[in-house]
Design a protein around this ligand. Sequence first.
Ligand code: FAD
Length: 286
Amino acid sequence: MFIKDILQQNPKSFSFEFFPPATPEGFDTLFKTIEDLKLLDPSFVSVTYGTGGKTREKTVSLVSDILNKIGTEAMAHLTCLRSNKEEIDEVLTSLSTNNVSNIMALRGDPPKGYSSFPEDEGHFTHAIQLVEFIKSNYKQCIGIAGYPETHQEAVNAQTDMEYLKLKVEAGADFIITQLFFDNSSYFEFMDRAIAIGIKVPIIPGIMPITNVNQIIRITKLSGAKIPKTMLDKLYSIQDDPKSVEQFGIEFSLMQCQELLKNNSPGIHFYTLNRSRSTWEIMKSLK
Ligand code: FAD
């Protein structure tokens, strides 16, 4: 089923994001976790695409198995920056053949040390070109990324928002946001999106913290900000993993409750393949 239809039929959607594990054993464990999470009745789950397409086969196979063996709606992420058009076309054909009807169309990150990309006929340089390619050649429903705190390479917040609008006009059906810890950044982003004329649903992306060093690494890479009071609290408990996990659950739960109360169309959980926090938060929300 198309996620745009799921979003239309459900006032609140709940989705979980996973990445393809490196080993066959990891793959089996994750598969079992996703099977168990079915009890929470997720609206859909999504599977990331490793930098530069390095998880191509694993992403296609995991998404297809979740959809066809577990029976949960599943979306494949697809990045375009470091692949040529033929490779992207092959992945899309393979996903279509496996009945995967939802694609998260992304640019991907440049390799370390690079700030510009080859602009030639064989490569895409921005996500909008991937959206246009899917729209012209395939029938899939398309999700795109949005950045409440502005993408780190963007000239400024207004330009970033104008490019987001162009991606929607090119054919995107919904937006999932980068993770954030300050809900006011999402509410302001929503106001600016509505003001510029974006009408598709914008699902907030929430990451429950489970490890201090890991969240610092992730926020550095993604450009998401950790509020100072939160960082101070995290440093004060960082040697006690249980307290960090509990703090992560309570903080995310508070974020989710406020977002849902203020009209967010649902929540997308960045699970990092760890299900306990998502379980706890979902149990409280439901
Ligand atoms: P774009 O929309 O192309 O934007 C990138 C930058 O270029 C922005 O600064 C924007 O303002 C600017 N821009 C946009 N269009 C134009 C244009 N036409 N001309 C000039 N400038 C332009 N990465 C992965 O590798 N794998 C994943 O599975 C993955 N999943 C993600 C899921 C979500 C929900 C999010 C929020 C991010 C995800 N990412 C993933 C990270 C993403 O690939 C990076 O954030 C990347 O740097 C930008 O991707 P984008 O699709 O937003 O790019």
